[in-house]
Design a protein around this ligand. Structure first.
Ligand SMILES: Nc1ncnc2c1ncn2[C@@H]1O[C@H](COP(=O)(O)OP(=O)(O)O)[C@@H](O)[C@H]1O
Ligand SMILES: Nc1ccn([C@@H]2O[C@H](COP(=O)(O)OP(=O)(O)O)[C@@H](O)[C@H]2O)c(=O)n1
Length: 228
C-alpha cells in the first residue's frame, strides 16, 4: 500500500493546483484526488440537511456519513453527487468555497475525511490536490509541490474564470474572499495551509501554466516517477 507513489500538490486558492494536478494525472495515467471537493460537499450537505456550518458536532456527523460520489461524464467533466443529487455546480460557487473552508477548520471533520482521502491511493499512483496533502494526509509522498501566487494574481485568475462562465462578479470582492479564505486556512489550529518541509515551492505569479507544468514534470522525471 505505502509503496504506491503519491505526488502532492498543495497551496492557496487560485494557485493552479487543480489545473496542474489534472495535467499530471492525465500525463502519468494516475488517479486524482480533489480533496477540496470533499470539504465542499460537506459544506453543501450541511445546507441541504439544514445544519449550520458552525455546529461542529452536527457537521462532523455529516462528514462521517458523507454519501458522495464522483463520476466522470463522457465529456471528461467530473460529476459530484450528494445522496444521488448532482451538486457539481453548487459546490464551485464562492459560497461553496466559504462553506468548505468553514467546515474544514473543524478538527472532527478533518478526522472523519482522513481515511477516505487515503483510500484514493491506488496503483499505479495518485496525484493529490489540497491544503494538507503533503503535511498530513500523505506525509510519506515521494514528491511534494506547493504552488502559490500573489493574492492579486489569484483573484484575477478567478475573475477571468467566472466571467468566462457568464457569472457577474466583482474583482474587489473576489480579492476579499481570497484573502479571507487564505487567512482562515492558514490560521486554523489543525492542518493549517503551509508547505511541507520537503515541498518544492513554485510561485507562478508571473509564470504561464505551460512553464509551471514543464518545471513540475522535470522534477517528476528526476525522481524517476515517469513511466517508460
Ligand atoms: N500559471 C498560471 N497563469 C495563468 N493562469 C493560471 C495559471 N495557473 C492557473 N491558472 C488559471 O487560474 C484559474 C484557477 O486555477 P485552478 O487550477 O483552478 O487553481 P486552484 O485549484 O489552485 O484553486 C484557472 O482558470 C486556471 O486556468
Ligand atoms: N486538503 C484540503 C483541501 C481543501 N480544504 C478546504 O477546502 C476549501 C476549498 O478547497 P478547494 O481546493 O476546493 O478550493 P480552491 O483552491 O480550488 O479554491 C479550502 O479553502 C480549504 O479550507 C482543506 O482544508 N484541506
Amino acid at each position: 500500500m505505502t509503496e504506491i507513489p503519491v505526488i502532492t500538490v498543495d497551496g492557496p486558492s487560485g494557485a493552479g493546483k487543480g489545473t496542474i494536478s489534472h495535467m499530471l494525472a492525465d500525463n502519468l495515467g494516475w488517479h486524482f484526488l480533489d480533496s477540496g471537493a470533499l470539504y465542499r460537499v460537506t459544506g453543501q450537505a450541511c445546507l441541504i440537511e439544514g445544519v449550520s456550518w458552525d455546529d461542529a458536532p452536527a457537521v462532523a456527523e455529516i462528514a462521517r456519513h458523507l454519501a458522495v460520489s464522483f463520476t466522470r461524464a463522457d465529456s471528461g467533466e467530473v460529476l459530484v453527487a450528494y445522496k444521488g443529487q448532482d451538486v457539481s455546480r453548487a459546490i464551485r460557487t464562492e459560497e461553496g468555497g466559504r462553506g468548505a473552508s468553514t467546515v474544514a477548520a473543524i478538527p472532527a471533520v478533518r478526522d472523519a475525511l482522513l481515511a477516505r482521502q487515503q483510500d484514493f491511493r491506488q496503483a499505479p499512483g495518485l496525484v493529490a490536490d489540497g491544503r494538507d496533502m503533503g503535511t498530513v494526509v500523505f506525509p510519506d509522498a515521494p514528491l511534494k509541490f506547493y504552488l502559490t501566487a500573489s493574492a492579486e494574481e489569484r483573484a484575477q485568475r478567478r475573475y477571468k474564470q467566472l466571467i468566462a462562465k457568464g457569472e457577474g462578479v466583482s474583482l474587489a470582492r473576489l480579492l476579499e474572499d481570497i484573502e479571507e479564505r487564505d487567512a482562515r486556512d492558514s490560521q486554523r489550529s489543525v492542518s493549517p495551509l503551509l508547505p511541507a518541509e520537503d515541498a518544492i515551492i513554485v510561485d507562478s505569479t508571473a509564470t504561464p501554466i505551460g512553464d509551471v507544468f514543464a518545471q513540475v514534470m522535470l522534477k517528476v522525471s528526476e525522481k524517476g516517477l515517469q513511466q517508460a
